[in-house]
Write a protein that binds this ligand. Structure first.
Ligand SMILES: *[C@@H]1O[C@H](CO)[C@@H](O)[C@H](O)[C@H]1NC(C)=O
Length: 169
């Protein structure tokens, strides 16, 4: 009996790990990207997705440089140009100082049909998404931690353990 429950528990954990790897292989979830644990160059250092004039968000994030932001920056900036139909023309993401984040929001480029939206955020590689309207073209300061598939499972681990132990009591 004990062996059976143990086997079941192992299977559940493996399914969890396997399914996450599977999702990762199929389509990169940029929210799950964790930078390698290299030493931080200074306190409160962080990274941003960094690209210049990428054609779409996938190609920006996919080939983003992985380097620490300079010490005179505090935020990640995203500048998104798109047509009136909403298709992206160019995306630039970088580390930014407070003054570079002074202007966020969207505006029509003068003399063209293009719109430019700018957003800033605070935190490790926080500039995943593109700003597309006044709702998301904002200056977002530190918010709740990102969660991934299995870390939510981890929260339920005590419950899981309890369920498996209950029949043994
Ligand atoms: C802004 O864009 C987001 C994402 O594309 C969308 O979900 C939301 O409904 C938009 N908000 C407005 C006010 O258009």
């Amino acid at each position: 009996m004990l062996l059976l429950w143990h086997g079941l528990a192992v299977a559940v954990v493996q399914i969890c790990i396997f399914s996450e790897n599977w999702v990762f292989a199929k389509n990169i979830n940029f929210y799950n990207v964790r930078p390698p644990l290299d030493p931080t160059p200074f306190p409160n250092s962080f990274k941003c997705f960094t690209c210049e004039n990428a054609e779409d968000n996938y190609n920006c994030n996919r080939w983003a440089e992985d380097k620490w932001c300079p010490q005179n920056t505090q935020y990640c900036l995203t500048v998104h140009h798109f047509t009136s139909h909403g298709s992206s023309i160019s995306i630039t993401k970088k580390c930014a100082s407070k003054s570079e984040c002074h202007f966020v929001g969207c505006h029509r480029s003068l003399g063209s049909e293009h719109t430019e939206c700018r957003s800033c955020c605070e935190g490790m590689i926080c500039n995943v998404e593109l700003p597309t309207n006044h709702t998301n073209a904002v200056f977002a300061v530190m918010h709740a931690q990102r969660t991934s598939g299995c870390s939510t499972h981890t929260l339920h681990l005590p419950v899981l353990v309890w369920v498996f132990l209950l029949p043994l009591l």
